[in-house]
Design a binder for this molecule. Structure first.
Ligand code: CA
Ligand code: CA
Length: 732
């Protein structure tokens, strides 16, 4: 490590502040996008996430309600409405403070869409004046499954839980009231009707919260252990009233906020309002200090706000928040970034509202320093926001973004999808952070982590600028979503038995498929020539996984020689998620009557046989096309080009000839060299031999003159007997 004089470090720091080392517009754009990745239920047309699909579309059905929509809480798939409502309120606060920044950066339509999406869900959860659903999903069940959101409801129940007059929850209803009041305020100018609807729900929720007092986690016990109401509900009663006042201008709410203010928590054994923690999903007291100071200008609120912000900056009575050596104001092990981001946002709001220049600078510079730490100005020299900046996290604890098959929380692979804009938990008190999937305290993103962070980014964009990306999100490479692995299981005079495994490896997005089938094509011209009627060709099975059915031989497109056998999983569900759920194995045999002449059965002219493993090893059988609801989604029908077939990245190793074959688009190479005398044929998907090769002293063949497409490499021995085959892709 180089020694850098302290004075020089200060110079760097000042330069950073003045010249905006970070592209705040891009960070803002991505932070907003993160919420689209978290969407539950049917997706709106404006959702930009190619790897997300509809999910949990039956939420609320257990209660006879429609509770679809909203956001998955974090890297899991429970909808916890208490923190979700807080996230909505904080996103709205960000828009209220710096709407012009959202507008100028082009992010206003996206943030409005995002806020409305969640607000509409909260309205759906408000099923009666004094009834509000506060959770969908079971934490224990949910956390036992590591797989994409789109598969969740195929595997588990998602119970709904509510508060009502006999099972109250003033904190939950108060926060939902705050969220909808804040939404009402945000939409006042652009959609007065929606704004009015939000306000009505907010008023009803607030009166429910106020009239029927209690902590929601005593009513919704499923929230315990995840989002306990530690701080109680007085803060939400003040907070909800403040937002209702802001939304509707009704002075009675301001009066209520001020009168309930005196019930807010204090530091132990004192009458001083709490200042050693910060605003987060549980305790909004700190946000109330700032908002009431701004609204009323009263010294009491200013004192409470500044005492709190001083604790986070210069200290109070010699006591101060812990700072990491690298400069993060560090409150707690679990999600340290989020506490600093939340405080930074409020510090910016407060700084913008005071005249005192030194106070303004103190809080402003603190906030810039904290946000910059998260964007990369830290001793690790890395961004803590997924898909942004230098060396960002790519092993974040997020089931759907991981996208692997079947995944688990301990996986060490990078996420297959980019969860742009997600602020991860953050470092320990010594600036140690490990980008590891199992490290959920430091490396899980969450809706509440991103909310005030987004608002702070909008404020910093306003001051320092930075252009959002012109093309966003960039397209991701799409891996193969379906395929079949097949081999000859047994063969003899008059029969061929195939072993095939159908795989649904969808992840862009993941899909639960209930109408899959595939076809195995044969050419029966030699059967007809031998005078054997079709009715005497039998199809039998000896092993079938799942709810499979095998159909009769059916003529292909009216052909008198080409037939297919269809294996159907109609009524079965294949979905990505577990070791077993995404694949189905079937073994089926096509057989002539006993004592048929040997020449009456020839598999080598059969379309599908051309692409199955013949050496006991299953290979990707491109000539066994797959259908979803009757529509071809993969592979090739006889004589036609293949659809949606993608070459494997890793070269296949054939055990029988111990040969590794690789095609880079221009050359086919072998490791080790195939044996002298071996033949190699390159066969198009349509079954035409486009290249033949007899092994000599060469390790590679040029395929430059071959058109791009799907081909099969067939290795044969010195007697031209096929040994093995595999599919390859020749690219441009
Ligand atoms: Ca509370
Ligand atoms: Ca045949």
């Amino acid at each position: 490590m180089k020694f850098i004089p302290q004075a020089f470090l200060s110079m760097i720091f000042l330069t950073t502040l003045a010249s905006a080392a970070y592209n705040y517009g891009e960070a803002l754009q991505k932070a907003v996008y993160f919420y689209e990745c978290q969407q539950s239920g049917p997706l709106p047309a404006w959702n930009r996430v190619a790897w997300r699909g509809p999910s949990c579309i039956h939420d609320g059905a257990d209660a006879g309600k429609d509770l679809t929509g909203g956001w998955y809480d974090a890297g899991d798939h429970v909808k916890f409405n208490f923190p979700m409502s807080f996230s909505v309120t904080m996103l709205c606060w960000g828009v209220v403070e710096n709407r012009d920044a959202y507008e100028k950066s082009g992010q206003l339509p996206s943030i409005l869409n995002t806020i409305r999406f969640a607000a509409e869900y909260l309205i759906r959860c408000h099923t009666a004046q004094n009834e509000f659903y506060g959770q969908v999903g079971d934490g224990g069940l949910d956390h036992s499954f590591w797989g994409p959101a789109e598969s969740v409801e195929s595997l588990m129940k998602r119970p709904s839980a509510k508060i009502d007059a006999t099972h109250p929850g003033s904190d939950l209803a108060g926060e939902a009231a705050a969220a909808l009041a804040a939404t009402s305020l945000v939409f006042k100018s652009t959609d007065p009707a929606f704004s009015a609807t939000c306000l009505t729900h907010a008023q009803q929720l607030y009166s429910f919260a106020d009239q029927y007092r209690g902590k929601y986690d005593a009513s919704i016990t499923a929230a315990q252990g995840y989002y306990n109401s530690w701080s109680g509900y007085h803060d939400e009663l003040v907070w909800g009233a403040v937002w209702l006042y802001l939304a509707g201008g009704d002075n009675s709410y301001l009066a209520k906020a001020e009168s309930y203010y005196d019930s807010l928590n204090t530091e132990p054994q004192s009458t001083t309002r709490s200042y050693k923690w910060t605003i987060a999903w549980d305790d909004k007291s700190y946000g109330c200090y700032v908002l009431l100071a701004k609204l009323t200008g009263s010294q009491k609120y200013k004192d409470d706000a500044q005492r709190w912000l001083d604790f986070w900056t210069v200290g109070v009575n010699g006591q101060k928040i812990t700072y990491t050596p690298g400069g993060l104001a560090w409150l707690d092990q679990w999600g340290s970034n989020r506490y600093a981001a939340n405080t930074a946002f409020c510090a910016l709001v407060y700084a913008d509202s005071v005249a005192d220049a030194s106070v303004k600078t103190r809080y402003h510079d603190f906030a810039v320093r904290q946000i910059n730490y998260m964007l990369g100005d830290n001793p690790m020299g890395r961004s803590l926001v997924v898909g942004y900046g230098v060396n960002p996290p790519c092993h974040e604890h997020h089931r759907t973004a991981e996208g692997s098959y079947p995944g688990d929380a301990g996986d060490t692979i990078a996420c297959l999808h980019t969860l742009y804009g997600a602020l991860v938990g953050g470092p320990d008190a010594s600036d140690n952070y490990v980008d590891q999937r199992s490290n959920y305290t430091q490396n899980e993103p969450a809706c509440d982590y991103n909310a005030a962070f987004t608002g702070a980014l909008a404020r910093l964009y306003k001051e320092y600028g930075g252009d959002p990306l012109a093309v966003f999100p960039p397209p991701e490479p799409v891996p193969e979503q379906f395929y079949i692995l097949a081999k000859v299981n047994a063969s003899g005079t008059g029969f061929t038995e195939i072993d095939a495994v159908l795989c649904n490896k969808t992840n862009t997005p993941a899909r639960v498929c209930r109408h899959l089938s595939y076809r195995y094509f044969v050419d029966l011209s030699e059967v007809a020539a031998a005078g054997i009627p079709l009715s005497q060709v039998t199809i039998s099975t000896n092993y079938m996984q799942g709810k499979a059915s095998v159909g009769p031989l059916t003529a292909y497109n009216g052909s008198s020689t080409v037939y297919y056998v269809e294996v159907s999983y109609e009524g079965d569900s294949l979905f990505p998620g577990t070791q077993d759920s995404y694949k189905r194995e079937a073994q089926f045999r096509i057989q002539l009557p006993n004592n048929s002449a040997a020449a009456a059965w020839d598999p080598t002219n059969d379309w599908s046989y051309k692409t199955v493993g013949v050496s006991g090893q299953a290979i990707k059988a491109v000539n066994m096309p797959i259908y979803d609801g009757g529509v071809q989604i993969w592979g090739a029908e006889p004589g036609k080009p293949a659809v949606n077939v993608i070459a494997d990245k890793a070269p296949a190793i054939d055990k029988k000839c111990n040969c590794r074959i690789r095609c880079d688009g221009r050359y086919i190479s072998f490791e080790p060299m195939i044996q002298q005398g071996m033949g190699l044929d390159l066969i198009s998907a349509a079954g035409q031999k486009v290249f033949s090769f007899r092994a000599v002293n060469s390790r590679k063949i040029s395929v430059e003159k071959i058109k791009p497409g799907v081909y099969f490499l067939e290795l044969s021995d010195g007697n031209k007997k096929p040994i093995t085959r595999q599919s390859i892709i020749v690219q441009q």
